[in-house]
Every structure is written in structure tokens, then in C-alpha cells.
Design a protein around this ligand. Structure first.
Ligand code: CA
Length: 329
């Protein structure tokens, strides 16, 4: 069995604003094995590291460009140029400009954070790998490829060209490329990798159908993708034909009805391993209310997943704690 890994979810996002360069440098210093990037595109075709294709939950866009929202009230990254985006102040994820998603984390609107590009982040991580003598990997996610296509942009091609340019060529390189959209993963494997003559490890992220995570656009209408088949028998065999790993929501591995006396494990890890798929569940957080009752601490939660459920890695906002846990094993 290969070494179990820690994936710094949006960087060391438990301590600094998600997807800030500072959060990525901190995750590197904490020796996470991989650092995650979520990628969306700007109006002028730049690849941005941003969790959503909206700017309004992590920046002051609504104050700086109040008349640039679409009809749904959202400010789309794809409607702004990189220089406009980099003129914005970025902060912790918020519900309103005064109320953070995680109130105990880094304070809202303090210091000076900016949205950055995928290129800037790769150069940061590769630079730190050089200066620190490490080979910490990247874990980019192509966000909403069908949405980008409906806006006339091929985000996957742009991401893969960038990866090739920065020396990510083969499966043994320190990278996992992730996406929720199975059609796009197939296209990446069967068309884009062949056209660009590279071959990287692919991760099928698995959502709940009810989240409306993945849309397909038919005649301009958004159709919600149905994930249910991925939880049925035989699904792992199908996924193993194009992916190297799965990224499931963690309650799909340990049933939420579990108690401290009795943990209920699903078949998912075993079935995935049967087809040589690695399992990297998301997202492990130490914040109040984020540790399920069946674990008596964050460390216990890590033990339940890494050891008892035997996952191969996990996404966490607190990479230092997961690194420390694995070092103790
Ligand atoms: Ca992600």
C-alpha cells in the first residue's frame, strides 16, 4: 500500500483565507503532501484559483463594482478581467460581509489578500519545493467545465496546457487532477491527454445529486447531473476505467448514524480498492460543529478514516493536524 497522504484543502484554509497565496505557503511549510487549487476562468481567459465561479463570497466585488452582477444577483468571475479581479480585496469566506462562514478563523477584511492565478500558484509551490528541498504536489480541480463551455471557454484545455508547460507530464508526477464532471474526465483522458501527449492521475469527485453540483447545458438549459449510479454496485469498476482515485463526501464512507460505540462503514472503500482506485474523501474540519458525534475529537476522526476506514488520503482545512497524526502512526 502506498503512503497515505494529506491534501491541504484550499491551502491551510483553517488558518488563513482559503486560496490565498499565504494559505498555500503555510500548507507547504506544514508539509502537506498535496496542495489543492480550485480553478475558474476570467473574462480575459486567465486561470484563477477560486473556489466558486463567483467573486461575491470572498471579495468586496459588490462594493467596488456594484452594477456588474448578473440577473441572479451574483458576480461571476468570468465577467471580470484579471486586473479588475486583482484590484479587489479578498478575505475569509463569508455569508454576509460581516458574518464569516467559520467565525473562529482568520478575521474578516484584515490584512491584504488577493485572488491569484493558477500560474502564480504553481510557481509559488515549485519555488518552495526548490528552496525547501521538497516535492509537494498540486491537486487542481477543474470547476464547472460545462458552465465554462456554455460561456465559450475551454477551461480543461487551458488547465492541461498550463500543467504541461510546468512539467506535469506523467502519472508518477506529483499531481492529481480532479473534477466532479465524469463526461469531462472522459474527454480529458480520451482526447486532451492524447492531443497534448501527457497522462496524469485523474480523480472522480463524487457529489450528492441534491447539491446541483454538476450541470449540463442542453439548448441553454441547465440539467442537473445524477450521481446516484456512483453509489451502486459495479460503479467503481466503471470509474476505474478512466480515473485513478475517487473523492467522495465522507458520510458516504462512515454512515452518519454511527455512534462512538458502533461505527457503520459502507462498502465504498473496499469496492474502490478492489479496482485499484485510491480514496480521498472531503472535507475534514476541526471547527465547532464540524466533527461528527461518532468521533470524540478531530484526531479520533482522522483515526477513524485513515486507519479504520483505510482511506488513502483526505482533504482537510487543517493539514498540520493530519500530518502530525500520520507521523504518529
Ligand atoms: Ca475543490
Amino acid at each position: 500500500m502506498s503512503k497515505k497522504i494529506v491534501i491541504a484543502h484550499r491551502g491551510a484554509s483553517g488558518y488563513l483565507p482559503e486560496h490565498s497565496m499565504e494559505a498555500k505557503a503555510m500548507a507547504h511549510a506544514m508539509n502537506a503532501d498535496f496542495i489543492e487549487q480550485d480553478i475558474v476562468m476570467s473574462k480575459d481567459d486567465q486561470l484563477l484559483v477560486l473556489h466558486d465561479h463567483f467573486l461575491d463570497t470572498v471579495t468586496n466585488v459588490a462594493t467596488v463594482f456594484p452594477d456588474r452582477a448578473r440577473q441572479d444577483g451574483r458576480f461571476y468571475a468570468i465577467d471580470f478581467t484579471l486586473s479588475e479581479i486583482q484590484s479587489l480585496q479578498m478575505t475569509e469566506a463569508f455569508i454576509t460581509q460581516e458574518k464569516a462562514v467559520y467565525p473562529a478563523r482568520f478575521p474578516l477584511w484584515k490584512s491584504d489578500f488577493k485572488v491569484h492565478t493558477f500560474t502564480q500558484e504553481i510557481e509559488l509551490i515549485q519555488g518552495l519545493n526548490k528552496s525547501r528541498g521538497r516535492n509537494i504536489g498540486i491537486y487542481p480541480e477543474i470547476k464547472a467545465p460545462a458552465f465554462h463551455r456554455s460561456e465559450g471557454k475551454d477551461i480543461s484545455l487551458a488547465v492541461i496546457q498550463t500543467l504541461k508547460h510546468y512539467g506535469y507530464h506523467q502519472k508518477s508526477d506529483a499531481i492529481f487532477l480532479q473534477c466532479f464532471d465524469p463526461h469531462e474526465l472522459l474527454r480529458i483522458k480520451n482526447e486532451l491527454f492524447i492531443a497534448l501527449d501527457i497522462n496524469l492521475k485523474l480523480v472522480q469527485l463524487i457529489a450528492e445529486t441534491a447539491w446541483f453540483e454538476t450541470g449540463h447545458y442542453i439548448g441553454g438549459k441547465k440539467i442537473n447531473y445524477q450521481y446516484d449510479w456512483m453509489y451502486e454496485m459495479g460503479a467503481m469498476q466503471k470509474i476505474s476505467e478512466y480515473a485513478d482515485a475517487i473523492g467522495p463526501w465522507f458520510p458516504r464512507i462512515v454512515d452518519s448514524r454511527s455512534t462512538q460505540q458502533q461505527l457503520i462503514f459502507t462498502q465504498l472503500v473496499e469496492q474502490a480498492h478492489q479496482y485499484n482506485l485510491l480514496v480521498h474523501p472531503y472535507t475534514f474540519r476541526r471547527d465547532k460543529g464540524e466533527i461528527p458525534d461518532y468521533a470524540n475529537s478531530f484526531n479520533d476522526l482522522l483515526n477513524i478514516f485513515y486507519i479504520k476506514a483505510d482511506v488513502d488520503g483526505l482533504f482537510t482545512d487543517f493539514p498540520d493536524l493530519a500530518v502530525q497524526f500520520l507521523q504518529g502512526q
